[in-house]
Design a protein around this ligand. Structure first.
Ligand code: IMP
Length: 181
């Protein structure tokens, strides 16, 4: 019951739609307080963060803008060790208050490199909002100021998160079942 199958794997319900929306409302209220009088620019990291971005923006009650980037640390099949934007921003970042919106922070390396990149564009400030964080998987120091849930180091799908491209459309988040790797 409450299991789903994506490709060859079975997942079990982990976070319900209600739990997710409650966490997002909490983050939205935090951001509303912290950014009072400012006009933050949300930068959603595609593809995974599209649902979180949409709901987070609705939960924020300050004047704000949103845009999206696609990041890649790969050229062909090789990691370059640097995050490149492969869909560049039209918006001016210099002087802005940036909130990077991510679906999940795992090793933290993507966000660490993204932070480094966005700092080169001279913003006024940069913070990270991530719906999920796997603290035990972190491989670097990363300040995720706005976070929905700290979760165990297990693979999850749903609510924008995919397994091999599929599973993003579920309203809830599902975790890989215990007997599978
Ligand atoms: P990091 O650089 O290791 O923090 O990787 C973050 C990215 O890995 C996320 O944006 C996701 O695309 C992907 N990822 C990490 N863990 C999961 C998971 O459990 N489910 C789906 N995607 C994941």
């Amino acid at each position: 019951m409450n299991d789903i199958t994506v490709h060859d794997k079975t997942f079990q319900l982990f976070l319900s739609e209600t739990e997710i929306q409650t966490a997002i409302n909490r983050i939205g209220q935090q951001i509303t307080v912290d950014y009072k009088g400012r006009t933050p620019l949300f930068i959603g990291v595609l593809n995974g963060a599209f649902m979180f971005c949409s709901d987070l923006m609705k939960a924020v009650d300050v004047s704000c803008e949103i845009t999206f980037v696609r990041l890649s640390s790969y050229t062909g099949t090789k990691s370059t060790g640097e995050v490149r934007t492969i869909m560049s921003l039209q918006e001016e970042v210099a002087g802005r208050d940036i909130i990077l919106v991510e679906d999940i922070v795992d090793t933290g390396l993507t966000m660490q490199k993204a932070l480094k990149y966005f700092h080169t564009l001279n913003p006024n400030s940069v913070e990270i909002a991530s719906l999920l964080v796997k603290p035990d998987a972190l491989q670097c120091e990363l300040d995720v100021k706005y976070r929905g849930f700290d979760i165990p180091e297990k693979f999850v799908v749903g609510y924008g998160l995919d397994y091999d491209g599929y599973g993003r459309n579920f309203k809830d988040i599902y975790q890989l079942k215990l007997d599978q790797v």
